[in-house]
Design a protein around this ligand. Structure first.
Ligand code: 5GP
Length: 182
């Protein structure tokens, strides 16, 4: 078993880089087909979505803008329930534009809900949501908020790598690892 040690915890290989990249190829193609040459604004949710964002925008062949929002709701390996959100950092003009939110992972959905509320105020044409990972078992907004592009549905495990961290470590790992429960 391939494992990595981060702080006090051991994580085991879960989704290898090759599989992630193949899936991102598919998601990107869906985004290109749906958005086309509409000059969309990609909004990347930092810190975790930086690698996913880079891979998605590299595959987008038309004019687009890329902006970043810094949010955090996790402390250690559990959600704090409080989402710190400010949209002041967004420089692109969002009115009548297609927005694509790029998330590393959607867990309870609280982050994405506050983000949608905040971004709706800018009167965009449409807001799409793309996430590399999705935890359907814990998602609270099944009938309310549709996730347009999902890389992988995963069970309720704590994962790291490909941008995701455990207390600051693991973001640079090219594969995704899950917490070893033993
Ligand atoms: P939500 O608001 O959907 O419950 O949580 C979303 C945020 O929690 C993600 O953007 C991410 O920062 C963090 N998060 C949720 N699940 C995990 C996980 O398994 N691993 C890591 N590293 N962060 C997670």
């Amino acid at each position: 078993m391939i494992t990595v040690q981060l702080h006090d915890k051991t994580f085991e290989l879960f989704i290898p880089q090759e599989e992630i990249e193949k899936r991102i190829d598919v998601l990107s193609q869906m985004i290109v087909n749906d958005l086309g040459d509409t000059k969309p604004v990609f909004i990347s949710v930092l810190n975790g979505a930086f690698m996913f964002t880079s891979e998605i925008v590299k595959r987008f062949p038309y004019n687009c803008e890329v902006d970043f929002l810094k949010i955090s709701s996790y402390v250690g390996t559990t959600s704090s329930g409080n989402v710190n959100l400010t949209t002041n950092s967004i420089k692109a003009s969002l009115a009548n534009r297609n927005i694509i939110i790029l998330e590393d992972i959607i867990d309870t959905g609280l982050t994405i809900k506050s983000l949608l509320n905040a971004l709706s105020k800018y009167n965009p044409e449409k807001i799409y949501i793309a996430t590399l990972l999705f935890k359907p078992e814990v998602y609270k907004f099944k009938n309310e908020i549709d996730i347009n592009y999902i890389g992988f549905n995963i069970s309720n495990e704590f994962v790291v790598g490909y941008g995701l961290d455990y207390d600051g470590l693991g973001r640079n790992l090219l594969d995704i690892y899950k917490l070893n429960q033993i």
